[in-house]
Design a protein around this ligand. Structure first.
Ligand SMILES: [Ca+2]
Ligand SMILES: [Ca+2]
Ligand SMILES: [Ca+2]
Length: 424
């Protein structure tokens, strides 16, 4: 792995921040024979990838000069070459474990003003996603698949085990065999692109936390998800230390699309712009898979300083900022009058973590699955709604809270108003 200060040789946005990357992503023009050429393949380690939107290779264990990259880019059989960026989960604050979790602590679902403050102050009642009223209209559906693309999911967690998507051919299949022929061996609950195996267990907790926000069971234990009924697909590309590569994100989005996910929830960011990842998100959207992204936790303006994947120019992406229990922008949250679409609860959010536990975490990482879950309620209630219409319904039904409206295109998400087809 090496650090890169972006240079002009890689015709990407100029940014003085050093970013880590590991090798390169190469997109070949249609019909290119380069991958069969020995001299070309000897540049470094090759992993060939035939994706739905083109032929790619990951080129690793190479240390190319800018001149060498320029030469590759000017090769008539190559469409582009870009760094394979290192991607990380948004930084999160973790409080100590809550031993006796209760729904009453989940202010993001129902904020009574007492459950949403700090030790010295109260929150503001009603600053939540209006879940209880929404549940009178829809609690979700087992027909809706939401893929959590993250550090994996603790799919044995008592509050999640009944909510998992399962690939039944693999569940009832033979170990070591790709029973459904989808190209992945033993992918029962999803896939692990960090370790390239069929077991997306979460050794970190970040992905499990996001999964619980979307769809923790409404039962007698622990917490409740925004959706009582959902199928959660666990797609891991971030390791147990919380980092991964662009190529893993690309494979994850492609997997979600190919296996029928309606929504991908993406609480991660970092690295520079990747054309290949943008194409993956666009291809998924074209196939009916919606992409929900975290705005980021750098306190910065995404309109002025783009962050990815939140800022890709794909019209169906929904970018989410985080708010606190008073209905204000969380101090860490990125914002953007045009590029951050909505806000949702993201400070001190109680949800599921690995090994069957529960913890509070903060970040736009937590706000993002709130919105994935809210959109899941809409898809359950109105099957067949288009991605663009779903995004419009979400944005047009927000509460125009004055302290959030200046930081986003819309305002605070309100699941009831959205389901009830109310518009501003
Ligand atoms: Ca399989
Ligand atoms: Ca199998
Ligand atoms: Ca529960």
């Amino acid at each position: 792995m090496k650090k890169l200060i972006l240079s002009c040789a890689l015709a990407l946005s100029v940014n003085t921040v050093a970013q880590d990357f590991n090798g390169y992503i190469v997109k070949f023009k249609k019909g290119s024979k380069l991958l069969e050429q020995k001299s070309f393949k000897s540049i470094g380690d090759f992993e060939k990838l035939n994706l739905s939107f083109g032929d790619f290779a990951k080129l690793s264990n190479v240390d190319l000069s800018n001149k060498a990259v320029s030469e590759l880019m000017s090769n008539p059989e190559i469409e582009y070459v870009e760094p394979n960026w290192i991607i990380k989960v948004d930084p999160v604050d973790t409080n100590k474990e809550v031993l006796d979790p209760k729904y009453s602590q989940q202010w993001g679902l129902t904020n009574d003003g007492k459950n949403s403050g700090g030790w010295f102050s109260r929150g503001k009642a009603g600053e939540d996603v209006n879940a209880e009223k929404a549940w009178e209209i829809s609690k979700g559906s087992k027909e809706v698949i939401v893929a959590v693309i993250d550090t994996g999911i603790d799919f044995t967690h008592p509050d999640l085990k009944d909510q998992m998507w399962t690939n039944d051919a693999e569940l009832n299949g033979i170990e070591g065999v790709d029973d459904d022929g989808n190209g992945y061996v033993d992918d029962i609950y999803g896939y692990d692109f960090a370790n390239n195996d069929g077991n997306p267990t979460d050794g970190h907790s970040h992905g499990t936390h996001c999964a619980g926000v979307i769809g923790a069971s409404h039962n007698s234990i622990g917490v409740k998800g925004v959706m009582a009924n959902v199928k959660l697909m666990g797609i891991k590309f971030l390791t147990d230390s919380g980092s991964g590569e662009t190529i893993g994100a690309i494979k994850s989005v492609e997997y979600a699309m190919r296996n029928g996910a309606h929504i991908t929830s993406n609480s991660w960011g970092g690295g520079e712009r990747s054309e290949a990842l943008k194409e993956a998100i666009q291809a998924a959207q074209d196939a009916g898979t919606m992409f929900v992204a975290a705005a980021g936790n750098s306190r910065s303006d995404n309109d002025a300083r783009p962050t990815y994947p939140a800022n890709y120019k794909v019209d169906g992406i929904v970018t989410v900022g985080a708010m606190d229990g008073k209905g204000n922008r969380s101090s860490f949250s990125n914002y953007g009058k045009t590029s951050v679409h909505v806000f949702a609860p993201g400070s001190n959010i109680l949800s599921t973590v690995k090994n069957g536990g529960y913890k509070k975490m903060s970040g736009t990482s937590m706000a993002t699955p709130f919105v994935s879950g809210v959109l899941g309620l809409l898809l359950a209630n109105e099957p067949g709604i288009s991605i663009i219409e779903a995004k419009n319904r979400l944005m047009e039904s927000t509460v125009l809270n004055s302290s959030l409206s200046k930081y986003s295109a819309a305002g605070r998400v309100d699941a009831f108003r959205m389901l009830n087809n109310e518009r501003n």
